[in-house]
Design a binder for this molecule. Structure first.
Ligand code: NMX
Ligand code: MLT
Length: 436
């Protein structure tokens, strides 16, 4: 058993006992009232999930196991003191609940580099059988499903493993899956946008540095950006579409590949992870229609109002939970201001930030007029030379694997049962509305 799995075993055993005791002793305790409005508007604010890896505060933003993003950037191990934290460290923090030392992070980097070599050939053949015009998310998700032939979890289940031990093969599958996503991503990227000229992983590099390297953006600056990107998108508590879908499918004891694939199908929606690509189309169209990369505040305002009048959303703005500017947006903006202050796209994003919140607030219905993580991530990638928008949601997905898959391991540690809420008919809801 490797050292991370050993520590997980120690932490997990007592936690799963605590959960059983909580349910035994306080299972009848009422948590909250739920209104018809909440159920019929996407269950917003309904507490229905147990997720330890991170928690979202509407004003403060995300905290990973209690740590804010600035705290993580200060505390998690880095390669260089002035660099970005390594996502391997965030993975360990989300999995174990403790900040790792650099030796542990190096162990995870090496372990992932080793496991990344095990992708079976048929996965690349399956990708190659798709047209290069197929959206990278289609190719990514197809590859994830194709990799499920390797599932330790399925093999253990078929062999009749005791359910209290399910977390073990789940951990092995998750480690394999996370390790292999960068290779798959770079393969798809090079296939679609760089004439199939593939670049081998460099086993001496960290996980995120290797993504940049294999994509062909191997400057130190691009690697630093990739480390930031992979940390910022890793998790957003349990209720977002990708986390919720991964968890839900996992409760049927589907293997980690099936479960993660479900989450990635959700991430591919334009209101969720695909918003990063949508933002770029919105910016491109703005530049084309106005005829300049440096539009005035009034021109941006007019363009934003026209988007709303066409019955469309302004991508990159709004959030189901946040009620302030997303700190993931602010962190990226600060990063850009530090390293590439003159980048035209970053200047445009900053100007849009001055205008759009007022436009959205003036509708009187948008609950959060502030930018989210996607309002800037594509502009940042593009400014570093990663200009092919369709890969952006795949990169989001690679990062999101860290959070949703650590949660999936914890679901098996806790022995979470099949999730099966009730539904009711329209007539039932109407009847409830009439009752005093
Ligand atoms: N542009 C235009 N209208 C908006 C926007 C926006 N950015 N955000 C919310 N609204 C509308 C929303 O469509 C709804 O309209 P209607 O009543 O006509 O159906 C109304 O405002 C109330 O919606 P909210 O309760 O504020 O938002 P909700 O929780 O339903 O949805 C989002 C949250 C994130 C789906 C929504 O803000 C949105 O569509 N934003 C643009 C897409 C986007 O950036 N998504 C990325 C989210 C982050 N991520 O990576 O997942
Ligand atoms: C996310 O990162 O998952 C998004 O901000 C969406 C959400 O939290 O609902």
């Amino acid at each position: 058993m490797d050292q991370v799995k050993q520590r997980l075993k120690e932490v997990g055993e007592s936690k799963s006992e605590q959960l059983k005791e909580l349910v035994r002793e306080h299972g009848d305790k009422v948590l909250q009232e739920v209104t018809i409005g909440q159920v019929l508007s996407g269950m917003k604010g309904v507490v229905a999930l147990l997720t330890d890896t991170s928690k979202l505060d509407p004003s403060e933003g995300i905290r990973f196991r209690g740590y804010s993003i600035p705290e993580l950037r200060a505390k998690l191990p880095k390669i260089r003191e002035d660099g970005e934290p390594l996502p391997e460290g965030l993975f360990y923090l989300m999995l174990i609940g403790e900040i790792p030392d650099k030796a542990t992070v190096d162990f995870i980097s090496q372990e992932w580099a080793r496991r990344a070599q095990g992708i079976p050939d048929h996965v690349f053949k399956v990708i190659d059988s798709l047209p290069i015009t197929a959206h990278p998310m289609i190719q990514f998700n197809t590859a994830i499903l194709a990799m499920s032939t390797e599932s330790h979890f399925r093999r253990a289940y078929m062999a009749g493993m005791d359910k209290k031990d399910y977390w073990g093969p789940m951990y092995e599958g998750v480690m394999d899956l996370i390790s292999r996503l960068p290779v798959i991503t770079a393969y798809i990227y090079r296939r679609c946008f760089h004439g199939q000229k593939h670049i081998k992983p460099d086993p001496s590099l960290d996980w995120a540095g290797n993504i940049a390297h294999m994509m062909g953006h191997s400057s130190e600056e691009a690697k630093r950006l990739m480390r930031l990107y992979m940390v910022l998108h890793a998790d957003h508590e349990g209720g977002n579409v990708s986390a919720h879908a991964t968890h839900l499918v996992g409760t049927a004891l589907s293997n980690p590949y099936y479960s993660f694939s479900a989450g990635m199908n959700g991430l591919a929606g334009p209101l969720h992870g695909m918003a990063n690509q949508e933002v770029m189309h919105w910016l491109e169209k703005l530049i084309k229609e106005i005829g300049t990369e440096t539009p005035s505040v009034d021109q941006i305002k007019e363009y934003a109002i026209a988007t709303l009048e066409q019955g469309r959303v302004i991508p990159g703005y709004g959030h189901a939970v946040l009620r302030k500017t997303d700190p993931r947006f602010s962190e990226q903006l600060n990063f850009a201001k530090k390293y590439i202050p003159d980048a035209p796209l970053i200047q445009l994003v900053s100007k849009i930030y001055e205008v759009v919140p007022d436009v959205l607030a003036s509708t009187g219905k948008v609950k959060n007029p502030w930018p989210n993580v996607d309002a800037i991530s594509g502009s940042l990638l593009s400014s570093y030379g990663i200009k092919e928008f369709p890969i952006y949601t795949v990169l989001f997905g690679v990062s999101r694997s860290l959070g949703v898959l650590t949660s999936l391991i914890w679901d098996r540690i806790y022995g979470m049962p099949l999730e099966r809420p009730s539904s009711q008919t329209f007539d039932w809801f109407e009847e409830q509305g009439k009752q005093k």
